[in-house]
Design a protein around this ligand. Structure first.
Ligand SMILES: NC(=O)c1ccc[n+]([C@@H]2O[C@H](COP(=O)([O-])OP(=O)(O)OC[C@H]3O[C@@H](n4cnc5c(N)ncnc54)[C@H](OP(=O)(O)O)[C@@H]3O)[C@@H](O)[C@H]2O)c1
Length: 249
């Protein structure tokens, strides 16, 4: 089997870590990164000789470029721009340190990842970039507007990029999960409709990547709910959200 070169940002926990293990089991060369490598389970370091872990904060544009290009050795088949942070301790009055942090990581960090990937993929006329967005980007969620805004930005950016880069044989995919049980959502105290296990989410995400789906929204019930919320009259949406928001606090 042809061993692919796969780089995953935010591979130290949650969805990124599970995806990394799934590709490592298939024998591919996998690069992962995060700010805290001690979160990677010890057994993975021993078990997978083709795993390369990099300490990297994706808000450092130069370092993202340096590390992804170095890892690739001139070949990159798949990059998953997965690293992201949430802001579920939101309040009505915005905390702008959190707002800037979320935008820096979830938007600019993703742009840097795409920039670095394209430096390798464009000359090769080959590659697949997958961006981990969220259904939260389909609506403006009260208290966590910065998270919604960050995911809306990358979803729309990738929608455009998928068209622009098709003729260069580069596929751009966007994945919009609902609530997945990972360290990111463990801190939530509010009700999370249709919460899915990380294992099941990883299987579904990997299948959509293997099939080169351009846009994948799941679970289906969350996809339907968010679609209805996104097309309903905006006055009705605001009223509904005012009613349910106290339960988010
Ligand atoms: N869980 C959900 O319900 C859900 C739903 C929709 C979308 N998503 C998206 O899915 C992605 C993965 O989330 P998850 O649930 O797996 O969360 P997670 O377990 O908290 O994992 C997030 C990963 O991102 C990394 N990361 C965060 N900031 C970083 C930075 N500045 N530089 C480098 N790495 C950074 C973290 O590593 P370090 O801490 O080591 O830096 C960690 O590996 C995120 O983009 C999230 O927005 C999650």
């Amino acid at each position: 089997m042809d061993k692919k070169h796969i780089f995953i940002t935010g591979g130290t926990s949650g969805i990124g870590l599970s995806l990394a293990e799934a590709y490592l089991k298939e024998g591919h060369h996998v690069g992962i990164c995060g700010r805290d490598l001690s979160k990677i389970p010890e057994y993975m370091k021993d078990q997978y000789p083709f795993m390369h872990a990099y300490e990297l904060d994706i808000t450092d544009r130069n370092k993202v470029n340096e590390i992804i290009i170095n890892f690739s050795k001139g070949r990159l088949d798949l990059v998953i721009a997965n690293a992201g942070i949430a802001s579920f301790k939101g309040n009505e009055i915005p905390d702008f340190d959190n707002v800037f942090g979320v935008i820096n990581t979830n938007v600019l960090g993703v742009m840097s990842t795409i920039e670095a990937s394209l430096k390798v993929m464009l000359p090769n006329h080959h590659g697949h970039i997958v961006v981990m967005s969220s259904v939260a980007g389909e609506i403006g969620l009260p208290r966590v507007g910065q998270y919604s805004a960050s995911k809306a930005a990358v979803t729309k950016y990738c929608e455009a990029l998928a068209i622009d880069l098709k003729k260069y044989n580069i596929t751009i995919s966007t994945i919009l999960p609902g609530f997945i049980d990972t360290p990111l959502t463990k801190v939530n105290t509010h009700y999370m409709p249709f919460l899915m296990s990380s294992e099941k989410a990883t299987r579904l995400i990997k299948k959509s990547i293997d099939n080169k789906k351009i846009r994948y929204v799941f679970p289906l019930r969350m996809k339907c709910l968010v679609y209805v919320l996104s097309i309903m009259p905006r006055g009705m949406y605001r009223q509904l959200m005012r009613l349910v928001t106290p339960t988010l606090a």
